[in-house]
Design a protein around this ligand. Sequence first.
Ligand code: SF4
Length: 150
Amino acid sequence: MKEKRTEELICIVCPMGCRLRAEVEQADGETPQVLSVSGNSCPRGARYAKEELTAPTRTVTGTVSIEGGLYRRLPVITSAPIPKDKIFDVMEEIHRAHACAPVQIHDIIIPNVCGLGADVLAARTMEQRSSDDESVFPAGSAGGFDHQGV
Ligand code: SF4
């Protein structure tokens, strides 16, 4: 049996944050069907509502440990949004990953993460630590950035 309902959500595509209303129809155990969207100031809002209500995705960010880098953690980001129900699997992969300096921004750190067709990329360039830097961030220190997730 199909059930109709109204879903309210806020568009997160741009800072306008339009309040969206979507009319949804769903049969038991089926993916919802979006019948109409209102409240959006541009077509991206309708697209966002349809995706969010049928196959929600998110871009995942995190940090991986890096050997010989200027800092001890390298920020990373997925090359494409990931299905929401796979985010924890991707975070696990990121947690296990390890990079070696030097790294250029957008270098692939984990190809095809969890077989999802997206890569995990370096979100910044990370130079190698020089012996001068070693004296600033001695072995065993947090380097001043570990706790900020940089
Ligand atoms: S509907 Fe369009 S204008 Fe409104 S928040 Fe979404 S992207 Fe921005």
